[in-house]
Design a protein around this ligand. Structure first.
Ligand SMILES: C=C(O[C@H]1C=CC=C(C(=O)O)[C@@H]1O)C(=O)O
Length: 425
């Protein structure tokens, strides 16, 4: 089911999409705060920003939801139909120009995937800043002004509800380690949620601005209220070039603690946990590539709150190059969010996690009409719905994982959203 939203019922359905360089007098877009500062309203923001690059968008030209194992394929088909209904004027013609769809898949086949083609996208790439507008012919002129953002209000007092999810999580980790030691599987990633209630409606822009400032190396995202700052790049495709940043294996604190990073690099538990994730990504990418470069050792990636083991994979797709969305769907769930072997891990997650993940831990990103795009894994995030914010975080469990340590790790992974919520009252 998809909807083409137009300005009025009498407007003809063929819309035009115009991409043009943004006139710098329309407001500064320098830095992540610049792009995020353009978002006009407290809700309905679209964002995929890292450092001073990325996209923000608003307004809904078309939206699509899907469940089931073919959700990504149906989103790809729907996006082709949306583009077929547009007259595209795109003299820049670079990755990310022309109409874009922002996509947030569900973790499981029963979780709802969402795709949105915004009416306005402001993008900033290595080649400059541009705006793409979609609307009835005449209304999508490149020189139309950007809206003045509505004032931002803090969420007020935040109350967290402990419904026993942390206690349930430690029990689930114990059960998982038993099953791993019995040889049922090698690794499983288990997660839990935490519900926060704010005194007032939460302005997504406040969270985005805080997250982007605190975690400049992460992909700060918002698609239909799923807001977060993920350190993990599932896949970037630009023409035939691909890149993926695999993370698994965690210690804390983060920045400026060389001893923590060195110990993490020597930890057999974390190195093993990481290796499953790297293998799960390279096994999926290798058949699609002419060349794939997989470093044989991880390096430490230091964030503000913790340190991860990280492997950057790069490659060149074969001549029949799958789209970014196809690659994301094939890769999901990697062993950084599912486990190993994948089918067993998915089943163990269903049995041990008393919740739906929704779109947490699934691919989130953007696609363009050329098949290019970029997907992070939706981690360090929360589903924002009015005054309610549902935070989710998880940890990779292997045979010698300690339940209390894993519960602490999940809490630390929720810190970015908690800080963003609490520091903006
Ligand atoms: C599942 C999460 O993190 C994954 C990504 C990086 C490190 C992880 C770990 O060390 O457990 C997890 O595999 C999460 O943040 O909710």
């Amino acid at each position: 089911m998809w909807a083409l939203v137009t300005a009025s019922p009498t407007t003809r359905l063929v819309a035009s999409s115009v991409t043009a360089r943004l006139d710098r007098t329309e407001g500064t877009t320098d830095g992540p705060a610049g792009l995020i500062g353009l978002l006009p309203a407290p809700t309905g923001s679209i964002c995929f920003v890292r450092g001073d690059r990325g996209f923000v968008g608003w307004g809904v030209h078309a939206r699509f939801t899907a469940t089931g194992p073919d959700a990504a394929a149906r989103i790809q088909e729907w996006f082709a139909q949306v583009q077929a209904g547009l007259t595209v004027t795109d003299p820049i013609a670079e990755a990310g120009t022309g109409p874009l769809a922002f996509v947030s898949l569900g973790f499981d086949d029963t979780d709802v995937a969402v795709a949105v083609v915004p009416q306005v996208v402001v993008g900033r790439t290595a080649h400059g800043t541009f705006v793409t507008r979609i609307g009835p012919a005449g209304e999508s002129a490149p020189d139309a002004g950007l809206p003045v953002p509505a004032p931002i209000r803090g969420p007020g007092r935040i109350r967290y509800t402990d419904d026993g999810s942390v206690a349930g999580f430690t029990q689930a980790v114990t059960a998982a380690t038993d099953r791993i030691r019995r040889g049922e599987l090698d690794k499983v990633v288990l997660a839990h949620d935490l519900v926060a209630t704010a005194a007032r409606t939460v302005d997504e822009r406040l969270l985005l601005a805080r997250l982007a400032a605190d975690y400049p190396g992460c992909w700060t995202f918002d698609v239909q209220g799923l807001v977060g700052a993920s350190p993990e790049l599932l896949i970037r495709r630009q023409g035939r070039h691909i890149a993926s940043r695999v993370l698994a294996g965690t210690a804390w604190p983060g920045h400026a603690d060389a001893a923590v990073a060195a110990e993490l690099m020597r930890s057999p538990k974390d190195v093993a946990e990481h290796a499953y994730a790297v293998r799960s990504v390279s096994e999926v990418l290798a058949p699609a590539c002419d060349h794939l470069d997989v470093p044989d050792r991880p390096t430490p990636l230091e964030l503000a709150n913790l340190t991860h083991l990280s492997t950057d994979i790069t490659g060149r797709l074969g001549e029949i190059a799958p789209t970014a969305l196809e690659l994301a769907a094939r890769l999901h769930p990697t062993a950084a969010v599912g486990g190993s072997p994948t089918p067993v891990a998915r089943q163990v997650i269903r049995e041990l996690e008393p919740m739906n993940r929704g779109r947490y831990a699934a691919p989130v990103g953007w696609i363009d009409g050329r098949g290019d795009g970029e997907f992070a894994i939706a981690l360090r995030c929360a589903q924002v719905d009015g005054r309610t914010v549902r935070l989710l975080a998880g940890c990779g469990i292997v045979a010698d994982s300690d339940p209390e340590t894993e519960a602490r790790e999940a809490q630390i992974k929720m810190v970015p959203i908690r800080h963003a919520l609490e520091s903006t009252r």
